[in-house]
Design a protein around this ligand. Structure first.
Ligand SMILES: [Zn+2]
Length: 300
């Protein structure tokens, strides 16, 4: 059996999957107060407790924010900043006395959906997180692609492709550049632009619902969002030509994306427009994709 652990900002969640991918146990605890060492111990405690419940040693995979720098072996770019600068994989392996696989949480989302989720059976899968940030992960034949800098799939900090005049130079991004895809496609940025244009303060999914209800300004905003997403994903399709793209994060609940974006990307993808077979799919496992993908880091 396989254990998957998902390290969120405030919670440590663990799951046990059996050989068929069915859930056998689940445990969720608050991230303890205190520093890094307390956090590591809490992860180990969750693993031990799950193994006690299913009565045997399991493989262990961990989904974490940020990435393990191939250059230093230390976690970088994590928004749970106390992980940064530590060799979490080595520290867990030493305590558990066995190998542990770690991956960025967006990569785990992609692994989950490619293993037995929405994109099961697809060879090349791009998993997209559209939430407060914009991230992504690439999975080929069930395995996550990490890369030389451990940033494979981080398309959110590419510039928005084919910007219109009123999209240049774009907003400043926290990464130091301007006009990043994330500054156009994150939930907060969608909300902010709608508020700027209409004076109305709605969440991203509320704007989408209003559009479905016939609200013209909301409809325009969602159409603009779909076009920007189509441009951005066309760049991904041209590069890795995925069989499926699975959306995750809060904005993946916007139903219009799944019909409109594949219509719009025809004009941007370098292929015969009517013969594009890349599918754009909603996630199957939603909030469980972190723990499930972490468990599937040890494939059958
Ligand atoms: Zn950026």
């Amino acid at each position: 059996m396989r254990i998957g652990i998902d390290l969120g900002g405030t919670k440590i969640e663990g799951i046990v999957l059996d050989a068929d991918g069915a859930e056998r146990a689940r445990l969720r605890v608050d991230t303890p107060e205190g520093g890094y060492e307390a956090g590591v111990q809490a992860i180990v405690d969750v693993i031990r407790e799950l193994e006690k419940r299913v009565g045997g040693e399991c493989t262990v995979g961990v989904a974490h924010p940020g990435a393990i720098s191939p250059a230093t072996g230390l976690i970088k770019n994590a928004n749970s900043t106390r992980l940064n600068g530590h060799p979490l994989d080595k520290d867990l392996e030493r305590r558990l006395g066995r190998p542990v696989r770690l991956q960025n949480d967006a990569n785990c989302f992609a692994v989950s959906e490619a293993s037995d989720g929405a994109a099961a059976g697809c060879g090349i899968v791009f998993g997209v997180i559209l939430g407060t940030g914009v991230g992504g992960g690439v999975v080929i034949d069930g395995r996550p692609i990490t890369g030389a800098q451990a940033i494979a799939g981080e398309w959110g900090h590419n510039p928005l492709p084919s910007p219109r005049d009123d999209e240049r130079p774009g907003l400043r991004c926290y990464c130091g550049r301007s006009g990043c895809i994330e500054t156009w496609l994150s939930g907060p940025k969608l909300q902010a632009e709608f508020e700027r244009r209409t004076g109305r303060s709605l969440r991203a999914t509320e704007i989408a619902d209003a559009a479905l209800g016939g609200d013209a300004a909301a409809g325009e905003q969602i159409e603009l969002y779909c076009d920007r997403l189509a441009r951005s994903l066309a760049g991904v399709i041209n590069l890795i030509d995925p069989h499926a793209i699975v959306l995750g994060g809060g904005l993946s609940k916007i139903r219009q994306l799944y019909t409109r974006v594949p219509q719009l990307w025809k004009q941007y993808v370098f292929s015969e427009p009517e013969l594009i077979v890349t599918r754009l799919l909603p996630p199957k496992f939603g909030d469980s994709s972190g723990v499930r993908g972490a468990a599937w880091l040890w494939p059958a």
